[in-house]
Design a protein around this ligand. Structure first.
Ligand code: ADP
Ligand code: MG
Ligand code: MG
Length: 884
């Protein structure tokens, strides 16, 4: 049989299958590994995950083969410890523990002290010389077995224990004496037979197989399934079962049990960290029955606790434990999370695994371990989860500050913010202009709210998911956002909002936490991110190992500066339309759109030209010679149209036309499907004066900045191209403007003209299009929409179900659909390079900041990725990981 593996005692050193976590689970593989390097591990055996899958599929009884193997493995334990399973004189007791390849709460709880019955308990009392201990162990066993294996309500046992203590006038479990435990055992057994209509199983073998079966069954328990779903863990791994000789932390004051980390998991500091309890067993430390004590003296002193640390109370066992910590770190070359028990002064190890840690601790440990020579730089880079960096890049709430939580929505964009509630974008801008901090609270947001979102410290919406407009824009801007907080209702007339069941007025202060979706009353203190130190070191290492450049999506000077501080190497996407929404220009934009003639449009565009030029000057100056890809106007004009009588009246005044005329024109511009309508380069073809104005603003700004400072490198990008001819026409337009501006200013600059590849046809025709394009930028947001035929703004209604049902592995707007859309990117790359070998290739859009998509870009050979400013460090690290 090759599905049951022994460890400890004189078991042979582990073979490859036993070391494989997918076969023996994380716990089993590591127990065997620890035993093989000579650490004190109680002997035991592991039944492989394959047996679990077989059992779950066939449901039938266990095979003779498995029963034989388990009987043999039991003999190994008996021989190693010199006791007999079920032996009434000197009984062997075991624990039965679950353990999957990936550590997974929700699986079966451990059963301790298995093998006890009415006879063996007497043997245990005799051999240990401790009646109290024996009966305490037996009652623990019935309680655990009843709860975990027999599926009984554990409240019944707890109640009986409470009553027993009350009867005696005892306050704590430690006051219970042998006879008290003994009568409680009687009571427990009575409860079992009353509840189940049969006696508590006395046969140790029956107990063992019952427990094994329960471990296997727990793989398919509801809570395990939910956990797997939430954490993207496959459902077909199965769990292993570990059966292990008991060691006892509850054998008096020289015994103890505890959990420890070899380094501090929250700060990363190289200091042992842990908790322990004297005279206790297993779950007591985490169960909260007694307050655990600190492991080290330093910690105890620091916290002012009076109960002694293990270092003080059991110096010898502690010294041994410290030696083991060092050994394990040297062996696994990573921080370990350890469970141990001390039985009458002797240390035993019951588990080790790579410890979970905060992002901050992960960075510190990685840098420290390189310094200690434990790991190399590459390992350090690979060990950091790029997405976890997000936790570190935004101000976060002070974990020690009190929180008055009103409701919880979706954590749509990380970071925390406090400010006054404002209920519309204009008010947000107005109040922010007065220097006030505001949180924009909306049912949901639309492109018209952009200026308000920019002005706000954070955004809170009642509707919309993780890919709603609010969420996407907020992430792009680096604004914290909580979306879909359905317990909010907004009364616009009264300028009030109710959150949870409390009423707020516009101007009342709230705090949102984009990391967990909490909405809180009042201001909660924050702490600033730390970008130097370990973070800086890891980033430096990543930069030396990455091939692709990392650019950013930015359209304001502030975003540029932020992205530069995060290490960007240029702008990959500057969306000019965001500038069109600013309060001081929207009127000119609307005049332009609603004009009936080219002349009318030119008049309005003349008003916009100096504004756009000033925008670009600020950007070029901030970017100091780094390349800047600027996309000409892309969205459907209808997004800029006035809404409501007030706005039409205002516009009528500015243009001298009647509100009726303007409304008629607005109605003419209405589109049924604007995302596939009059937008992108189609605007440039039909209203060339718009693109002319933008190109002029770009080149005039570039020439002005070139005079004093680093020469800007403008890359003019034409959106939504499907054919070579479109690009040919618009490229000529841009070149003409450039020529004119250069001759007017006497400055000549290098610049590029290129296109987005965001339509399937563009990808297919990339060879042709490349003849006109000096660069391609894959606009994977639109390319995903147009390839899948799925509108991102409407996808919320079904995408979650699609992901749950396994139709898409992940939201394709968050992580690129490599299998499908990825083919178009690859194809366009090949065809584009073939016709223009020097063509520059990049990706912009949300995927440029997603590690899995970045790995795909590296494999495809793109030159750069472009991500929102706050994702720049994530992209730098992910790009480095992808090229290692
Ligand atoms: P979990 O996966 O929930 O941590 P474990 O299987 O690790 O469950 O068991 C929990 C605790 O039970 C261990 O940390 C240890 O304290 C105790 N335990 C498990 N097996 C034994 C054993 N053979 N002897 C003593 N204590 C044990
Ligand atoms: Mg454990
Ligand atoms: Mg697009």
């Amino acid at each position: 049989n090759d599905t049951v593996f022994t460890f400890g005692g004189d078991a042979p050193h582990t073979n490859a299958r036993q070391k494989d976590k997918t076969i023996t689970g994380g716990k089993g593989a590591n127990l065997a590994e620890m035993a093989s390097i000579g650490l004190p591990v109680p002997p035991g055996f592991t039944i492989s995950t394959e047996e679990c899958l077989r059992y779950l599929q066939q449901g039938a009884d266990f095979s003779d083969d498995l029963r034989d193997a388990v009987a043999n493995a039991l003999k190994h334990i008996e021989k190693s410890v010199g006791k007999g399973f079920g032996d009434e004189g000197d009984p062997l007791l075991v624990s039965v523990r679950s353990g999957a390849a990936i550590s997974m709460p929700g699986m079966m709880d451990t059963v301790l002290n298995l093998g006890l019955n009415d006879e063996t308990v007497k043997g245990l009392a005799a051999t240990s010389g401790d009646e109290r201990f024996a009966w305490d162990s037996y009652r623990r066993f019935i309680q655990m077995y009843g709860d975990v294996v027999l599926d009984m309500d554990h409240g019944l046992f707890e109640e009986a224990l409470e009553i027993a203590k009350e009867d005696k006038g005892f306050y704590s479990d430690t006051e219970m004496e042998a006879s008290d435990w003994q009568s409680l055992v009687g009571e427990y057994k009575r409860i079992v037979s009353e509840e189940l209509g049969r006696e508590f199983p006395q046969d140790p073998h029956e107990q063992l197989w019952g427990a094994i079966r329960a471990v296997f069954d727990s793989w398919d328990s509801e809570r395990a399934k939910v956990y797997r779903r939430l954490n993207d863990i496959p459902h077909d791994l199965g769990t292993a079962v570990n059966v292990q000789a008991m060691v006892f932390g509850n054998m008096g004051d020289s015994s103890a049990t505890g959990v420890a980390f070899t380094r501090d998991p929250s700060t990363g500091e190289k200091a042992y960290y842990g908790e322990w309890l004297v005279n206790a067993q297993g779950e007591d430390v985490v169960a909260g029955i007694r307050t655990p004590q600190f492991l080290t003296k330093a910690r105890r002193e620091q916290s002012g606790a009076d109960k002694p640390s293990m270092e003080e109370a059991m110096p010898e066992a502690y010294a041994e434990l410290a030696r083991v910590f060092e050994l394990l770190e040297q062996h696994y070359k990573d921080m370990q999370d350890i469970e141990f028990t001390v039985q009458q002064g002797q240390l035993f190890l019951l588990q080790t695994r790579t410890g979970k840690r905060t992002a901050k601790a992960a960075l510190k440990m990685a840098v420290d371990m390189v310094g200690e020579g434990l790991i190399d730089e590459k390992t350090a880079i690979l060990r950091i989860d790029p997405m976890a960096l997000d936790q570190l890049l935004h101000p976060t709430l002070d974990p020690d500050a009190p929180r008055d939580v009103l409701t919880t929505g979706l954590p749509a964009s990380p970071g925390a913010a406090s400010g006054k509630i404002v209920l519309d974008a204009d008010t947000a801008e107005l109040w922010a202009g007065r220097g006030e901090k505001v949180i924009l609270v909306r049912v949901e947001t639309s492109p018209e709210d952009i200026h308000g979102m920019h002005a706000a410290q954070g955004i809170l919406t009642a509707r919309g998911g993780m890919t709603s407009h609010a969420a996407v824009v907020a992430r792009g801007m680096g604004r914290p956002c909580v979306s879909g907080a359905s317990a909010i209702s907004i009364q616009r007339d009264g300028r009030t909002a109710s959150i949870g069941n409390r009423e707020f007025k516009e101007g009342d202060v709230i705090t949102i936490d984009g990391a967990n979706g909490q909405v809180m009353a009042g201001e909660v203190a924050t702490i600033e991110p730390e970008l130097a130190g370990d973070f800086g070191t890891i980033m430096e290492w990543a930069d030396t190992h990455r091939r692709m450049k990392v650019r950013t999506n930015a359209e304001t000077e502030a975003d540029c500066r932020m992205a530069l501080s995060f290490g960007t190497e240029g702008i990959g996407l500057c969306r000019t339309e965001h500038m069109f929404f600013d309060a001081d220009r929207i009127s000119a934009v609307r005049q332009m759109i609603l004009a009936e003639s080219e002349e009318g449009r030119r008049k309005a565009l003349a008003l916009l030209l100096p504004e756009q030029r000033a925008d670009f000057e600020a950007i070029f100056r901030a970017m100091a010679g780094h390349p800047c890809t600027i996309r000409l106007l892309d969205p459907p004009l209808h997004e800029f149209l006035p809404t409501g009588d007030e706005e039409f009246a205002e516009l009528a005044q500015a243009t001298g036309r009647s509100a009726e005329q303007l409304k008629r024109r607005a109605a003419e511009l209405h589109e049924f499907n604007p995302m596939l309508g009059h937008r992108g380069c189609r605007l440039g073809i039909t209203f060339p004066e718009i693109y002319e104005m933008q190109a002029r603003a770009i080149f005039e700004a570039a020439c002005a900045v070139a005079g004093n400072g680093d020469a800007p490198v403008p890359e003019v990008m034409i959106p939504l191209v499907a054919t070579r001819r479109e690009l040919e026409i618009l490229r000529a337009l841009v070149d003409d403007v450039a020529k004119a501006v250069f001759s007017e200013t006497g400055v000549a600059l290098e610049y590029l003209v290129g296109t987005m590849i965001e339509l399937p046809r563009a990808a297919l025709m990339a060879g042709e299009i490349a003849q006109e394009a000096e660069f391609f930028s894959f606009g994977t947001n639109d390319l995903t929409q147009t390839t899948l035929g799925v509108s991102r703004d409407d996808a919320g209604r079904f995408l979650t179900t699609y992901v749950e049902r396994g139709i898409f592995p992940r939201d394709p707007f968050v992580s690129l659909d490599i299998e499908g859309v990825g083919q178009l990117v690859e194809l366009a790359t090949q065809r584009g390079r073939k016709s223009r070998p020097q063509i520059k290739l990049g990706i912009c859009g949300e995927h440029g900041g997603d590690p899995a998509s970045i790995a795909f870009c590296e494999a495809t050979g793109l030159d750069y990725v472009s991500a929102s400013p706050y994702r720049v460090p994530i992209a730098r690290l992910a790009a480095a990981q992808a090229s290692l």
